[in-house]
Every structure is written in structure tokens, then in C-alpha cells.
Design a protein around this ligand. Structure first.
Ligand SMILES: NC(=O)C1=CN([C@@H]2O[C@H](COP(=O)(O)OP(=O)(O)OC[C@H]3O[C@@H](n4cnc5c(N)ncnc54)[C@H](O)[C@@H]3O)[C@@H](O)[C@H]2O)C=CC1
Ligand SMILES: O=C(CO)COP(=O)(O)O
Length: 341
């Protein structure tokens, strides 16, 4: 099944839905994978049943994937170290793992969030905590709903790295007959596309929860993409990235799919649940709920207007009901489509 020529060792930190699905992709691409999980019971279940029933029930993992709760054991001998925990807990966790990471290993972020307080992207947090330069760090992002990837449904993705050469190395390590990664050297744009789309998916979910249809959904997606690109460009991203897989591609998949945790979370808010109530019934992370604030922080620092992100943040804070949010967004002054914030 492998497209990569030769075997390699991968460590995947985080055995949630995406960490586990990506471990399966890497195994299909020829890797021996060790999956680090927070809970020993989950490791035991994965090793005995070859299923991560908590996150991907019904998906049988390849024999080349085994789990451990021991970070040192997970990292030992890894050529590729993949990070897949919720963004807001990366820094603290990575500080504990950093000493075990082989110095030559390539570090890959699967995460789609911006750190609260610092407004840093995940590749920046990885660089700071591990002391690694950009020549070792890459990012995988795109329309990659974990459940579909784990079911070996076809999907494309983007591997972004500082150099084309590094992106190509990681591309070869995760290329399978079902998973088709493209390369990109715009790490910043790739990460911004992934993080902001989660907030736009919350907004789409709110519109769906309010009972609106496809016109509203498409309008929020399109205006959401406009504000994502505006922020990205102000920060130095390549504008093309936002019409690619890590921009438009991921935005459309996430905002259209009932599998999306962010869209589902937004739908519950739109139906009238509080943030606390919506969080209590979801055991998986909806990154946009926290990243709306850090993205707004970043936009403020860059002097960029992001009305959809701002309205989502106000709703998450409890300042707005869904009806207030709708009224406030629709009562903004009329604008030209281009260059009008
Ligand atoms: N699920 C998906 O379809 C996709 C997810 N992503 C991104 O991947 C990242 C990880 O997401 P998922 O695996 O989906 O999340 P998840 O909620 O399914 O799993 C998160 C994992 O992190 C662990 N975890 C939670 N809090 C922790 C803490 N404080 N310390 C250590 N571990 C902790 C959980 O036990 C779990 O194993 C997120 O940034 C998400 O946006 C990206 C593409 C697709
Ligand atoms: O990033 C994703 C798909 O590419 C998954 O989205 P959710 O985190 O909203 O489920």
C-alpha cells in the first residue's frame, strides 16, 4: 500500500480522532507507528483490540500501530514526530516530551488552533518549546475529517514546510493510495487557514441551528474566507494558500459536514444551548471555541477587521444570543465586496 520507498518510525502524540487516523495513514504509507495516549486503559484497548473505540469506533487499526502511555518509549528512534493534541495544551505537554525527541526527527503539527495569550501558531509553539529551527518543522492541514480518513475514503491535504525539500520528505511519508498530500512552503498561511476555518464553522453552525439554509451557509463561508485571507495576507501569508486545500478546501469540508465538531458545536449554540451546555455533551475538542479569542487578538495586533470571528467571540463570551449576533452582523453598513471590511 505504501507510496514511500522504505520503512520508517513515527511517533504520534495524541490518540484522539485525528492522531489515531493519521497513525493509520502513516502505517499505510509504510511506517511503524507508536501512538502516545494519555490514558493507560486506552493504550491497553488499542494494543489488544486494534481499535480506538473512544474516538474511532469500528475502525480496525493496522498491526503496525501500537500504543503507549510512555512518552520516552513513543519517541525512541522516531524519524517523524507528529503532534496531535488540542492546541491549548500543546505547550505544557511538549515541555514534558521535548527531552525525549530524537534530535534529527522531523516534527509535524496536525493541530488547527492559535494559542491563547501569546496568539502563536502551533509551529511557533513547537519551535519555542523544542528549540528546533524551521528546517525541522512541518504542518499537515486540509479537508481531512478524521472519520473519513480512517475509513480510507479519498482525500487530499497540504504538507507545508519552510523548504520544498522538507515538505516533500513529509509528503512521501504520508502519501497513500487514499491520502494525497500536496506540498506548500507557506507554513503561516496553511496554519491560519486551518485555525480560522474552525471559527467560521462555528458561525455556519450557528446559522444552521437558527434554521437557515444554504444561502446563509455559503454567504458565511465566502465572507469567512475573505476575512481569513485578509488576516493571512496582513501577517505575510501567500494569498493563494487560501484558495487551496488548507483554505477553501478545509473551510468547505468543515462547514458542510455533520462530522465537524466545530460546526456541530455552533449548531447547538444556534439552537439555544449555552457554551457550557454544548461543551458538556462533546468529548472532543472544538478548537474554534478558544481560538476565536486568540485569532481576534492576532487581528487586533495586525489592524485587521474580522467581523465574523468577532461576532463568534462575543457569542462564546456570552455577550450575544444567536439572534443578537445575526441582527448585529446584518446591520453592519453596506460595503463593496472587495476591500470593504
Ligand atoms: N478530528 C479531525 O477530523 C481533525 C482534527 N484536526 C486537529 O487535530 C488536533 C487534535 O484533534 P483531535 O484528535 O480531533 O481531537 P480529539 O478531541 O479527538 O482528541 C484529542 C486528544 O488529545 C488528548 N488530550 C486532551 N486534552 C489533553 C491534555 N490536556 N493533555 C494531553 N492530551 C490531551 C485527548 O485525550 C485525545 O487523545 C486539533 O487541533 C484539531 O483541530 C485536524 C484535522 C482533522
Ligand atoms: O479539521 C477538520 C477537518 O479538516 C475537523 O474539523 P472539526 O475539528 O470541526 O471536527
Amino acid at each position: 500500500m505504501a507510496v514511500h520507498d522504505g520503512s520508517f518510525r513515527a511517533a504520534v502524540f495524541g490518540a484522539g480522532s485525528w492522531g489515531t487516523a493519521f497513525a493509520l495513514v502513516l502505517a499505510d504509507a509504510g511506517a511503524d507507528v507508536v501512538l502516545w495516549a494519555r490514558r493507560q486503559e486506552l493504550c491497553d484497548a488499542i494494543n489488544q483490540e486494534h481499535v480506538n473505540a473512544d474516538y474511532l469506533p469500528g475502525i480496525v487499526l493496522p498491526d503496525q500501530v501500537r500504543a503507549t502511555h510512555d512518552a520516552e518509549e513513543a519517541a525512541a528512534g522516531a524519524d517523524l514526530v507528529v503532534l496531535a493534541v488540542p492546541s491549548q495544551c500543546l505547550r505544557a505537554n511538549l515541555a514534558g516530551w521535548s527531552a525525549f525527541l530524537p534530535p534529527a526527527a522531523i516534527l509535524v503539527s496536525l493541530m488547527k488552533g492559535i494559542e491563547l495569550g501569546t496568539a502563536k501558531r502551533m509551529s511557533e509553539v513547537i519551535g519555542e518549546v523544542t528549540g528546533s529551527g524551521p528546517e525541522r518543522i512541518s504542518v499537515v492541514s486540509g479537508p481531512n475529517l478524521a472519520r473519513e480518513i480512517a475509513g480510507r475514503q479519498p482525500a487530499a491535504s497540504v504538507v507545508a514546510a519552510h523548504t520544498e525539500e522538507l515538505a516533500q520528505r513529509v509528503q512521501a511519508m504520508c502519501h497513500t493510495p487514499h491520502f494525497r498530500p500536496y506540498t506548500n512552503t507557506d507554513v503561516l498561511g496553511t496554519e491560519m487557514g486551518g485555525a480560522v476555518k474552525n471559527v467560521i464553522a462555528l458561525a455556519v453552525g450557528i446559522a444552521v441551528g437558527l434554521g437557515f439554509g444554504d444561502n446563509a451557509r455559503a454567504s458565511v463561508i465566502t465572507r469567512g474566507l475573505a476575512e481569513t485571507a485578509r488576516l493571512g495576507q496582513a501577517l505575510g501569508a501567500d494569498p493563494y494558500t487560501f484558495s487551496g486545500l488548507a483554505g477553501l478546501g478545509d473551510l468547505v469540508a468543515t462547514c458542510s459536514s455533520p462530522l465537524s465538531r466545530n460546526r456541530t458545536f455552533g449548531e447547538r449554540l444556534g439552537e439555544g444551548m449555552s457554551v457550557g451546555e454544548a461543551a458538556a455533551i462533546s468529548r472532543q475538542v472544538a478548537e474554534g471555541v478558544k481560538s476565536c479569542e486568540s485569532i481576534l487578538d492576532l487581528a487586533g495586533r495586525a489592524g485587521v477587521d474580522m467581523p465574523i470571528v468577532e461576532h463568534v467571540a462575543r457569542m462564546v463570551r456570552g455577550d450575544f444570543t444567536p439572534q443578537d449576533m445575526l441582527r448585529s452582523l446584518l446591520s453592519r453598513s453596506a460595503k463593496p465586496e472587495r476591500h470593504g471590511h
